[in-house]
Design a protein around this ligand. Structure first.
Ligand code: SDX
Length: 389
């Protein structure tokens, strides 16, 4: 469709349209800070590099929900609450096992999360407490949904969640039916930390907008999952992996440089590259790149890593565009045995912490989100009866 011509618009009435809300500051937040020029990312005061080095995903959840690190007893308490809530309500499990096995995992996840609301009816009378409980419930149950659907669609028996262990450990256990090694658990945990929160991205904006109508957190997270699913947002990691696997089919003839140049010549987007805020290397991609190199060597997927590097170099030379979080996370997940169409679900497993943190923050200082649209259609047309059109 042709782009709208805005030349004849009364600029005094609506001086600007920021397409894609580019540069618009819509909320204040203590959850994260991004310096897109420097490539700096901070979660509630802590640099992502420090968190990647020292934190666990559960500590990051507490940090985002409370704006401070947990004391030892608070961390234990949170871990126990997460463990206690891992089981799914029976009707949700029934849905997962009976739905179309060919369905997109993100669609199943979206529906199942929406269903969870029906079983979280106990209210304490304190919204802030209830919201935190809901955040814990979804963070605990989303991994169970993902693993259960993956096993159900493959005709495998569902593995019940463990009554111990980290979110990362338990997820890999439920997915594969066997306990993961330390390295796989650490990789998974680091991925969860790196994806937890990222300012006013499209899905978080969705979560806050839904919250601002005073709707519930399950609705906000359901909407956010819908937003994350798209290939311009979280869906890019699956697209990156599919691209690399396509290249693999060319065998000896595979040429990632030529592939990238051709894509650019055809004015197509290279998935996993570019970002609205970062004009340099995404700091999360720095960690994921290192992990990708190490894991691909360990698991015999060196070619996938080398092609990724070729793409990266070509994108830099041709367009001066750097990779985003979705680029190297693809090969990292693939190397630990996760299949590509689950990648965006893994992103969700982590980002639910950020979405719920923003929901809590928005609830505490709320105003309805209600921007304007510039009407560029005609006005007061003559009505024509249906027979005469
Ligand atoms: C995530 O915002 C967040 O925080 C998101 C995220 C998070 O943590 O939540 O970081 C996660 O969603 C990462 C993004 C995943 N998406 C992709 O990898 C899809 C491919 N990338 C793009 O389509 C794009 O870069 C976006 C969507 C990420 C950003 O889009 P913008 O800011 O609207 O930029 P644009 O499309 O207007 O592009 C500006 C220019 C254009 O060139 P010109 O017309 O000016 O010559 O850059 C070019 C674009 O063509 N460009 C690309 C490109 N990305 C930008 N060209 C080729 N390949 C790309 N990937």
């Amino acid at each position: 469709m042709a782009q709208h011509n805005l030349d004849n618009i009364d600029k005094n009435e609506y001086p600007h349209i920021n397409r894609g809300l580019d540069g618009i500051v819509a909320f204040s937040t203590t959850k994260s800070f991004i310096d897109g020029q420097k490539g700096e990312l901070i979660y509630s005061g802590y640099n992502i590099d420090v968190l990647a080095d020292k934190a666990t995903f559960e500590e990051v959840c507490f940090l985002l929900w409370n704006d401070r690190l947990p004391k030892k007893t608070e961390l234990e308490d949170l871990k126990n609450k997460l463990i206690a809530q891992r089981e799914l309500p029976k009707p949700v499990l029934n849905y997962i096992t009976s739905t179309n096995k060919e369905a997109e995992p993100m669609s199943v996840l979206r529906t199942a999360v929406s269903m969870l609301a029906d079983f979280e009816t106990e209210k304490t009378g304190d919204k802030s407490k209830d919201d935190r409980n809901h955040a814990i419930a979804m963070t605990a149950q989303i991994p169970t949904i993902i693993a259960a659907f993956d096993r159900a669609r493959k005709g495998k028996e569902i593995v019940s969640p463990l009554k111990e262990g980290s979110t990362a450990f338990n997820f890999l256990y439920m997915l594969n039916g066997k306990e993961p090694g330390e390295a796989a658990e650490q990789t998974m945990d680091l991925c969860l930390i790196l994806h937890a929160e990222h300012g006013m991205n499209a899905s978080t904006f969705t979560s806050r907008t839904i919250c601002a109508t005073e709707s519930d957190m399950f609705s906000a997270v359901t909407g956010a999952i819908g937003a994350l699913k798209g290939p311009l947002h979280g869906g890019a990691n699956t697209a990156v992996m599919n691209t690399l696997l396509e290249l693999e089919k060319d065998g000896e003839k595979a040429d990632a440089v030529a592939f990238t140049k051709k894509k650019l010549e055809n004015k197509e987007k290279m998935m996993g590259f570019g970002h609205r805020v970062y004009k340099t290397f995404d700091p999360r991609a720095v960690h994921l790149r290192k992990m990708s190199k190490k894991l691909s060597e360990e698991t015999g997927h060196v070619k996938l890593y080398e092609w990724s590097e070729d793409m990266l170099k070509t994108m830099k030379e041709e367009k001066d565009i750097d990779p985003n979080v979705d680029f190297f996370s693809a090969t990292v997940y693939y190397s630990i045995g996760i299949q590509p169409d689950l990648f965006t679900c893994i992103f969700t497993m982590s980002r639910v912490s950020g979405w719920s943190a923003h929901y809590i923050e928005q609830s505490e200082n709320n105003r309805l989100v209600r921007p304007r649209a510039l009407y560029i259609g005609e006005k007061n047309l003559e009505w024509t009866p249906v027979e005469e059109r």
